[in-house]
Ligand binder design. Structure first.
Ligand code: G6P
Length: 607
């Protein structure tokens, strides 16, 4: 949430800063700004709205200078206006911030009482003033920051520029990620390696509480206690090309179509094809002793966890608790000794999930992390690290990360069952063989893209849409509803098919399309009965099923979407495709901003 970049360069930085922001626009896009240090002044340019607006401002009114900081914002405190856009500045200091300063009200009161005038409604501006006060009083930038950081409560990544010190920037991290990039006679700060992909691959990840002084010669990193520390420089491997759309119209579309490849990649690192066995990394942990699994996640990752609950219970006969991270944190959960707490996250930085992880760690749980960004905070705090290999996901609505999470979770559930002695070798071979069928089945599902595009206009005018599913397709129904809400702004709800008659059925009329997810299989007949209840009340049905299911129940539907016939185990992966494509095409018909839907952000690093 919010993207930060800083450059101490040997040549002009403004254009490169904006380019870095472009790579991070997925983190927030309601306003943006930059500030360079040039000729003894701080040159600040800001604009409300998308980055293109800032680029226009800069075209008219350039910002010269070889040192600068920049920011793309997802508003927390204060409306997304130019006045509230970062950088925030005094005459001496300019600063960009990602996170929340929880005690900003008391700090603001203190500053106002001391006669300072703050311009914005943000929590961030207080930090600029606090640092400035120190500098105005004669402190060096290092001493100023050292003095101010302990006064801040909450989560932050900061990059600070100083008018009178044109050769350095200071960065700090607590709770929000920040990396240092090393170039040739230049040094960079960024929210992630992707932001710096065009500038350098040589990255050091700051640890919690670290702060750093960057100059053209490199970086001096201090820990929370103020001691000089070394953080290893790693090759990030972040590719600038991964952040390009290629021939696709939108990142989301590209990412939907990448799924056969990235799911195959992910399965490849958890399954052994030669003998159809599960092959998880070696952990120093006895998974057969696990008596309870606690799954915690947010958004789409939460729905992946809900699907996994069915698998853990079915295969490994282990009870599973699952909760939204924001709820879990504050409900005093009861955790079983020796339990496995599993955190699922694309970004590995979601604030609530990370806080829940730390809570479980403190309670002695073994921490499993299914995560797409291998250098993220969650990845670094995991006992069992289970990476998804989806590659960078840029579209705000998660797609390929979800199916890759499912791939990992299915392999983990099977692994646990094998270790517990609950899955025979023959059953393991069968399960693995079915999982390995997933990439081809995803391809077959994608073949129906044109059909889905052709029927999207039937859904686009709706005000409300219901999604129904049973068993592991119930979380899929909720995921479908979430996708539609996120990018087309149509109100949608996902329901367990059998639960519909306990409330949502009252909503049914010809204006409310009902999307039914019903692969043929053990639960098909039951779902079809619920579908008939909708039809009997004049409801308009879109049935998503395989050829057999459509033949049995497709007649009289508003539309049908055909899926390949697959084993129930991989149905949640395969049926993710039509719900993603449907949301995508409806959003295209409505002309909404698919990759950057209003009010959302890709990575939510605030509570
Ligand atoms: C945001 C994103 C969602 C994502 C959720 C959880 O809301 O817009 O796409 O599912 O955060 O993020 P995580 O990175 O933890 O999976």
């Amino acid at each position: 949430m919010c993207g930060i970049i800083g450059i101490v360069g040997k040549e002009a930085v403004a254009e490169r800063l904006v380019d870095g922001l472009r790579r991070m626009e997925y983190r927030g896009y309601d306003s943006a700004g930059i500030c360079t240090v040039h000729d003894g002044t701080l040159v600040r340019r800001r604009a409300e709205g998308k980055l293109a607006n800032l680029a226009n401002v800069l075209a008219k009114d350039p910002a010269d200078g070889d040192v600068g900081i920049a920011h793309t914002r997802w508003a927390t405190h204060g409306a997304p206006t130019a006045k509230n856009a970062h950088p925030h500045a005094t005459d001496h200091v300019a600063l960009v911030h990602n996170g929340i300063i929880e005690n900003f009200r008391e700090l603001k009161a203190e500053l106002t009482a001391a006669g300072r005038t703050l311009e914005s409604d943000t929590d961030s501006e207080v930090v600029a003033h606090l640092v400035s006060l120190q500098v105005e009083g004669g402190a060096s930038p290092q001493d100023a920051v050292r003095e101010v950081l302990p006064r801040l409560r909450g989560a932050f990544a900061l990059a600070i520029a100083f008018r009178d010190y044109p050769d350095l920037l200071i960065g700090a991290r607590r709770g929000s990620p920040l990396v240092v990039g090393f170039g040739d006679g230049e040094t960079y700060l960024g929210s992630d390696a992707l932001a710096l992909a065009q500038l350098t691959q040589r990255i050091a990840y700051l640890e919690e509480g670290d702060w750093v002084v960057v100059t053209r010669d490199g970086a001096e990193i201090y820990d929370e206690l103020g001691d000089l520390v070394e953080r290893p420089i790693q090759l990030s491997g972040a590719s600038a090309a991964a952040v390009e759309k290629g021939n696709y119209r939108h990142f989301m579309q590209k990412e939907i179509f990448e799924q056969p490849t990235v799911v195959a990649q992910t399965l490849g690192s958890y399954l052994r094809q030669s003998d159809n066995s599960v092959a998880l990394p070696q952990f120093d942990f006895d998974i057969s002793a696990v008596k309870r699994v606690t799954i915690v996640a947010c958004g789409t990752s939460y729905y992946a966890g809900m699907v996994a609950k069915y698998w853990f219970e079915q295969f490994a006969r282990v009870p599973v608790d699952i909760d939204f991270a924001s709820e879990f944190r504050y409900r005093e959960p009861v955790l079983e000794e020796g339990g496995l707490a599993l955190f699922i996250s694309q970004s590995g930085e979601t604030a609530d999930t990370l806080a829940a992880l730390r809570h479980c760690k403190a309670e002695g749980q073994t921490i499993g992390v299914v995560v797409n960004v291998p250098t993220s905070s969650m990845a670094r705090e995991a006992d069992l690290l289970l990476p998804t290999h989806a590659g960078p996901e840029i579209g705000v609505a998660s797609t390929k990360a979800f199916t890759c999470q499912l791939a990992v979770l299915a392999a983990l559930a099977a692994h646990m069952a094998v270790r517990k002695g609950l899955m025979s070798r023959a059953d393991e071979q069968e399960v693995v063989a079915h999982l390995l069928e997933a990439p081809a089945a995803l391809n077959a599902a994608l073949d129906h893209d044109d059909d889905i595009a052709a029927m999207a206009h039937l859904i686009a005018p709706a005000r409300d849409v219901l999604y129904l599913g049973r068993g592991p397709d119930y979380p899929l129904a909720m995921e479908g509803a979430l996708k539609l809400k996120e990018i087309s702004y149509i109100h949608a709800e996902g329901y367990a098919s059998g639960e519909m008659k306990h409330g949502p059925i009252a909503l049914i009329d010809e204006a409310v399309p009902v999307i039914v997810l019903a692969p043929s299989g053990p639960l098909f007949e039951k779902t079809v009965s619920n579908m008939e209840e909708v039809r009997a009340r004049g409801g308009k049905i879109v049935l998503i099923s395989d050829a057999k299911g459509l033949e049995e129940a497709g007649e009289g539907c508003l539309a049908t979407i055909e899926m390949p016939r697959v084993h129930p185990l991989i149905a949640p992966l395969v049926y993710a495709i039509p719900v993603q494509l449907l949301a995508y095409h409806v959003a295209c018909v409505k002309g909404t901003d698919v990759d950057q839907p209003r009010n959302l952000a890709k990575s939510v690093t605030v509570e």
